[in-house]
Design a protein around this ligand. Structure first.
Ligand SMILES: CCCCC/C=C\C/C=C\C/C=C\C/C=C\CCCC(=O)SCCNC(=O)CCNC(=O)[C@H](O)C(C)(C)COP(=O)(O)OP(=O)(O)OC[C@H]1O[C@@H](n2cnc3c(N)ncnc32)[C@H](O)[C@@H]1OP(=O)(O)O
Length: 182
């Protein structure tokens, strides 16, 4: 792939900043989804975001083991949060590849480190490693994503405009937070 290197937006949150919930009903990070992943993220050094989530019984595929689709969801969230918060561009997942390298048991915590890899026009390439039970634990899942920058009308024309208003009212998303025409 022919990409340009990418640096965080000058107004992006700095290393150590905790990233809040972007939407209360988001399955990845929202606090109104009881069975959701409740992923919590912090900006890391360089163009990285560190996220964690603990696998519960609600996330099983085989008995006692995380469902692969839910693990993919965690990476979608972690990668999307990296793009949204570091680049401040509204973007959606175009492609998500996951390598499942080790089983992830219920009760374990996945430590995901995601990084911006490059951009090519509207295309943003990101990747992440998920370490089992510790930041330096063995890699259980690896993912690569392609996000595509969209205008805010993507969400208003295809999504729930009332819910977007609710997000704005809750201060989750402000128009001035986004670099709409990078
Ligand atoms: C005020 C409201 C703000 C709302 C913001 C909300 C939240 C954000 C807040 C904070 C951020 C924090 C956290 C976010 C966390 C999680 C995010 C989860 C993200 C998701 O879970 S999101 C849901 C799943 N996602 C979709 O629902 C997308 C459905 N889809 C489409 O809506 C279109 O498909 C679209 C827009 C992707 C492209 O459509 P399009 O017409 O605009 O553009 P086009 O097709 O030309 O693609 C342009 C270039 O991307 C290449 N390209 C596209 N797709 C490709 C693929 N799969 N593989 C390889 N290349 C691909 C083309 O080949 C071309 O490349 P080239 O320019 O080189 O030709």
């Amino acid at each position: 792939m022919d990409t340009e290197p990418v640096a965080p937006h000058p107004d992006a949150p700095t290393a150590g900043s905790k990233l809040g919930v972007h939407f209360d009903e988001c399955f990845g990070c929202g606090n109104e989804q009881e069975a959701g992943l409740h992923l919590q993220s912090t900006v890391g050094e360089g163009a990285t975001v560190r996220s964690q989530f603990t696998v519960t019984e609600a996330h099983q595929g085989a008995p006692g083991l995380a469902h692969g689709g839910l693990l993919a969801c965690a990476f979608d969230e972690a990668l999307g949060s990296t793009v949204g918060n570091l680049l401040r561009r509204p973007a959606v997942t175009g492609r998500l590849e996951t390598d499942f390298r080790r089983p992830v048991p219920v009760g374990s915590t996945l430590h995901i480190v995601a990084k911006l890899d490059g951009v090519a026009g509207r295309k943003i390439y990101v990747s992440a490693d998920g370490h089992l039970d510790a930041e330096d634990g063995p890699v259980a899942v690896r993912a690569r994503g392609l996000f595509v920058t969209v205008g805010l009308e993507h969400f208003t024309s295809h999504g729930d405009a009332d819910a977007l208003e609710k997000m704005r009212a809750a201060g989750r998303v402000k128009r001035e937070d986004w670099d709409i025409n990078p």
